[in-house]
Design a protein around this ligand. Structure first.
Ligand code: NIG
Ligand code: FE
Length: 406
């Protein structure tokens, strides 16, 4: 945990708060020209105009050279740990085949065969690439094991990764990602609620419980049962909701008080209302709509209905082989019609809220973790403009510089 003083910041841009922001509040960013950030023992001590910076700082001093600084980005929905690739399926889809989610079982087969060591190696390289894109907190789901031991192997991999990488990892149990061919439907659900959830909770391997509630996957009733059982064991509910069809998953998210409902390409109006009432964060994944070539989720409608909106990559080998959260933020502006202000909030503070960490990360404010990105830009809005320019100039986590562009 470092002491770090960042000076000569051309413009500092950050949302403010310790919970998710909704509606017009998503656009109310703090912007300071010619700014500094002071980090003491890993936590932000002060943020302000250069004139007020401390003169007798004893730790490392970093000159931002007039560049832009934002909070570290938070990616609140990834399927980080898997083996194999689905490039064949991807190319078939590029030629017109429709995405159905069936390929999940192909990845599960490859992932079951991989050892924990192999999965750690594969995921480490992915996390390194994410770090260079300015991503300092990453949610990671299981879900390509689809059997007790294989699901535990993935969650233990995430735990080990968390001990190795500089980023903060947030583990989610997604045993209910598909129905594996080696169990009957009822049998597998019994295994999830009777064996897997209690074991995951006992070993402290996950913070959230997620279910793929959609056409051809888990029904609303099945998802409700799994999420309630998860909650009884201390796992907070999350949902893959209404991605392939409108099945009422967003309504369920509101009903069970899920921390987030993700995807929402086909969300209904009552579903939006239920989420707004419950304060459920909508995690939008436009990289997925881009890759599977489906209509984008109704982001403006969600913001205007008062649902807090977050953005994420959904990084996975099927529907979103997308590691770059900055790329997704550009889709947020270009395809979801969110403003740069809304997108920055969605990929920082609201993303943090979607993983229960809005009190610790997601904004540059005293008391929060010293996680920040220096972008090689003079105008912060260009973060949403230069496609392909994903590399951060510097990334700090807990006041330690953990990535520097060559
Ligand atoms: O979030 N929708 C369900 N799960 C993933 C895709 C998984 C896959 O195709 O391997 C998603 O898009
Ligand atoms: Fe997903």
């Amino acid at each position: 945990m470092g002491d770090l003083l960042v000076v000569n910041i051309g413009e500092l841009v950050t949302p403010r708060g310790s919970g998710p922001l909704r509606g017009p509040a998503m656009s109310e960013l703090l912007r300071i020209r010619d700014a500094y950030v002071e980090i003491r023992e890993g936590k932000i001590a002060a943020v302000g105009p250069t004139g007020k910076a401390p003169r007798d700082f004893s730790g490392e001093v970093l000159d931002a050279g007039g560049r832009v600084v934002t909070p570290g980005l938070v990616d609140p929905h990834t399927h980080l740990v898997f083996a194999g690739s689905r490039v064949e399926e991807y190319l078939r889809r590029a030629r017109g085949e429709r995405y159905t989610g069936g390929g999940i079982l192909v990845t599960a087969e490859a992932t079951r065969k991989a050892s924990e060591e192999e999965l750690v190696e594969l995921s480490l390289s992915r996390l390194r690439k994410m770090l260079r894109c300015g991503v300092t907190t990453v949610e990671a789901k299981s879900g390509y094991g689809l059997a007790p031991e294989a699901e535990l192997k993935i969650l233990r991999t995430i735990k080990r990764l968390g001990e190795i990488v500089p980023q903060r990892l947030v583990p989610t149990f997604l045993g209910a990602h598909a129905f594996p061919p080696d169990y009957g439907r009822e049998e597998y659900i019994e295994l999830i609620v009777g064996e897997m959830i209690p074991h995951v909770a006992r070993e402290g391997l996950a913070r959230f419980c997620d279910v793929f509630c959609d056409k051809g996957f888990y029904t609303v009733d099945e998802a409700r049962r799994i999420l309630e059982e998860g909650r009884r064991h201390g796992l907070v509910p999350k949902l893959h909701a209404d991605e392939l069809a409108c099945v009422g998953a967003a309504e369920l998210a509101g009903e069970v008080g899920a921390v987030s409902a993700d995807h929402l390409l086909h969300v209904s109006d009552p579903g939006i209302m239920a989420m707004a009432e419950a304060g459920t964060v909508a995690v939008l994944l436009p990289g997925t709509a881009f890759v599977i070539d489906e209509p984008y989720p109704p982001a403006r409608k969600l913001v205007e209905a008062g649902v807090p909106v977050a953005l994420s990559t959904d990084f996975n080998p099927g529907s979103s082989p997308v590691l770059s959260l900055p790329f997704v933020m550009r889709l947020g502006v270009l395809k979801l019609k969110l403003s740069p202000e809304e997108c920055l909030c969605a990929a920082t503070l609201n993303a943090a809220a979607a993983v229960g960490l809005a009190g610790e990360v997601g904004s540059l404010e005293p008391g929060k973790s010293g996680d920040l990105v220096i972008w090689d830009l003079k105008d912060w809005r260009e973060l949403f403009y230069w496609f392909g320019d994903d590399l951060a100039f510097r990334v700090a986590i807990g006041g330690e510089v953990v990535w520097a562009s060559p």
